[in-house]
Design a protein around this ligand. Structure first.
Ligand SMILES: Cc1ncc(COP(=O)(O)O)c(C=O)c1O
Length: 402
């Protein structure tokens, strides 16, 4: 019988995150005056311990014990060989997937939510605000805040709020508040509604609302949290790839190709950056971030300085961007509808270290159904984008062997 899954012991969990800023150079974020943003400029938005992490170029960063003890609720996650999918495709390729769905909210997002809630709590913050697209990030932060006794408020993109009402129930169960965005609670939300009373919302608008709600809170004890894009978020997610590398080592395997779907980039960075580190150090490996054709950030948009949100509250970030006012079509993959892309992922594309791909909603849906009918798990619409390219690669491998 083939090995189906590799499960590490709790004691084998990686104890340090990998920081890609040690190995690539980024252009700095710019403030409204066009000058590089200073750490203290960000203090009303994020706690200083996370700002320090955002700008750190230290390659390996210790994961605090209090973070590890919460991550241990579900980590290490299994690395699974998709044996039945391989058979159905008749491919000689061996396909492995890292199953991040075993976390309490059901995605990779709590890897950073837990770390961010911990650092906020350690800095004396009492309340966190955020946005959410598909609802995965909002529920992850709601879960993390409940672990550390913090209040949590989530602005959820209206189209997803309506498509996925059960996500709101999950956030409520963890004690968070969830409102549809654009809302009437913030100036950014009211402005968006004035422009289009039927706006389906976008991550850009929801981010503006969540930042505004944090910085206008008079107690000074509220901070904003972003579930993707920023350097510290990519950092926290690298635990996925670091575990995967250990698991593959136990099998005596090393991948030819690493694939992840990319909305703001954190899921992709999580699985890929430890392998990007190897590639920078000479390994031959193909690394593909996958996005929807309907929101083609890396494959069609220019590499520019742009705001992370619609109301221009964030600094200008160097990234591929469809423009901060871009409102994507309401595709099912709510988590891949972001107009920009993480500056570190963008920089790796610019340098040719990773090669982005775009796939259609129909192909991703078909790939998800194939996976469900072979491996049994019904994947998220976002994940199906990575699966579509994994299936393309497995078919290519078959053709090469014929
Ligand atoms: C299941 C799932 N995968 C992937 C993503 C993509 O986000 P990111 O690229 O920021 O990790 C999301 C975003 O909500 C998601 O819910």
């Amino acid at each position: 019988m083939e090995t189906r899954k590799v499960i590490l012991k709790e004691t084998e969990i990686p104890r340090r995150w990998y920081n890609i800023l040690a190995d690539i150079k980024l252009n700095p974020p710019l403030g409204p005056d066009g000058n590089p943003v200073k750490p203290e400029d960000l203090a009303p938005v994020f706690p200083m311990n996370l700002i320090e992490q955002e700008v750190s170029a230290q390659r390996w960063i210790d994961i605090p014990e209090d973070v590890l003890s919460v991550l241990n609720i579900w980590r290490p996650t299994p690395l699974v060989r998709a044996v039945s999918l391989e058979k159905a495709l008749g491919t000689p390729a061996r396909i492995y997937y890292k199953n991040e769905s075993v976390s309490p909210p059901g995605s990779h997002k709590p890897n950073t939510a837990v770390a961010q809630a911990y650092y906020n709590k350690a800095f004396g913050i009492e309340r966190m605000t955020t946005e959410t697209g598909a609802g995965q990030w909002g529920s992850a932060l709601a879960f993390a805040c409940s672990q550390y006794g913090l209040e949590c408020k989530v602005f959820m993109v209206k189209v997803s709020f309506e498509q996925k009402p059960y996500r709101k129930s999950m956030m409520k169960a963890w004690g968070a508040m969830c409102v549809a965005s654009p809302s009437r609670e913030t100036k950014a939300g009211r402005d968006a509604l004035e422009k289009d009373p039927n706006s389906p919302g976008s991550l850009g608008i929801a981010i503006s609302e969540a930042i505004e709600a944090a910085v206008t809170d008079e107690t000074g004890k509220t901070r904003y949290s972003l579930g993707s894009v920023l350097n510290h978020v990519m950092l926290h997610q690298t635990i996925i790839g670091l575990e995967a590398k250990k698991q593959l080592e136990l099998l005596g395997e090393y991948p030819d190709v690493v694939i992840g779907c990319a909305g703001g980039g954190s899921n992709f960075a999580g699985i890929a950056y430890p392998f990007v580190f190897d590639k920078i150090n000479g390994k031959e490996i193909d690394i593909f971030p996958v996005e929807p054709i309907a929101c083609p950030t890396m494959t069609k948009a220019p590499f520019v300085y742009d705001h992370g949100d619609t109301a221009k509250y964030t600094p200008l970030l160097p990234m591929y961007s469809l423009g901060h006012t871009f409102v994507p079509p309401p595709i099912h993959a709510g988590g891949l509808r972001y107009h920009g892309m993480s500056p570190t992922v963008s920089q790796l594309v610019v340098e040719g270290i990773i090669q982005p791909k775009a796939v259609s909603q129909t192909e991703t849906y078909e790939s998800g159904v194939t996976f469900a009918r072979t491996e049994g798990i019904i994947p998220a619409p976002e994940t199906n984008h990575a699966l579509a390219v994994a299936i393309q690669e497995a078919k290519n491998a078959k053709e090469h062997c014929q």
